[in-house]
Design a protein around this ligand. Structure first.
Ligand SMILES: Nc1ncnc2c1ncn2[C@@H]1O[C@H](COP(=O)(O)OP(=O)(O)O)[C@@H](O)[C@H]1O
Ligand SMILES: [Mg+2]
Length: 261
């Protein structure tokens, strides 16, 4: 199996509610994959199962061929899965630079023992981290905000800072929960380019998104869920013309259907 991430019959219930049930799909290495579905379909819950926030009550989650079901969130992050959240979570007292560097510390901590044994090695690590932080800031067009307090910036910029922070941890897989939410058209097109850039740097991307400009234009593969179950998967063209997908979205009231497209 060449899949980087694989869910096999994964499910979770809260009380009597099957929020996600019997869900299987794979994310191939180097792909950009979208998980879509109407509000309440279970998308964030799937992300929470993958990242260890929730423990699946059924099935398996495998990463790089290794089962990670039930692992603690920090162990899953160390294994190489990093995420952003549906609502922004930045460190308010820190600058943009410090926020992004904090993401890199997760990786640097693996070398904490070097700090104990020799100070120069630790200093080298800090310098390398600062350089990498700077590189990521440039790549995401954030370098001019480096010294600004992160939470004082416009919403679209804060979302980019959050993305930069996850990249600083050098993940193998990034999981983005509605990265285009609240962005204007120009920002959402810029996000498309950023997502391509992430993929081109060798990082696999799994995202939940309602913005069809993002979903249809950037993804290699789309998985559609409704009521916690998979109803379709395929490329953008196949998904757009899939009758079950159309029904899942059109079977809702007009305002909501517009919302989720
Ligand atoms: N911790 C929880 N306890 C109880 N129900 C939950 C919990 N988390 C999610 N759910 C339920 O699971 C379903 C899917 O939610 P969610 O994954 O947030 O949907 P989506 O992200 O697709 O909008 C909803 O019915 C939600 O109320
Ligand atoms: Mg959600």
């Amino acid at each position: 199996m060449s899949a980087l991430l694989e869910l096999q019959g994964a499910g979770i219930s809260f009380g009597g509610l099957h929020a996600v049930d019997d869900l299987s799909f794979a994310v191939e290495k180097g792909h950009i994959v979208a998980l879509i579905g109407p509000n309440g379909a279970g998308k964030t819950t799937v992300f929470n199962m993958i990242t260890g926030v929730y423990r699946p009550t059924k099935g398996k989650v495998c990463f790089q061929g290794q089962e990670i079901t039930g692992w603690q969130p920090h162990a899953i992050a160390r294994a190489g899965i990093m995420r952003t959240f549906q609502t922004i979570r930045l460190f308010p007292a820190m600058s943009v630079f410090e926020n992004v560097r904090a993401g890199g510390h997760l990786r640097a901590q693996q070398y904490w023992w070097q700090g104990m044994l020799s100070l120069p090695a630790q200093r080298r690590e800090e310098t390398a981290l600062a350089e990498r932080t700077h590189e990521i800031l440039c790549k995401l067009d954030l370098d001019r905000f480096a010294n600004e307090p992160a939470t004082s910036l416009p919403y679209g910029v804060q979302r980019r800072v959050e993305l930069a922070r996850t990249l600083a941890a050098e993940p193998k897989l990034v999981i983005l929960d509605e990265p285009a939410a609240g962005l204007n058209d120009a920002e959402s097109s810029a996000l498309n380019r950023t997502i391509f850039g992430i993929r081109d740097s060798g990082i696999t991307v799994l995202l939940v998104e309602h913005d069809m400009n993002v979903v249809m234009n950037v993804t290699d593969h789309i998985v559609v869920i409704n009521f916690g179950r998979k109803i379709a998967e395929g490329n953008a063209a196949a998904i757009r013309s899939n009758p079950q997908v159309i029904e899942a979205y059109l079977g809702r009231d007009e305002n909501e259907a517009e919302n989720v497209t």
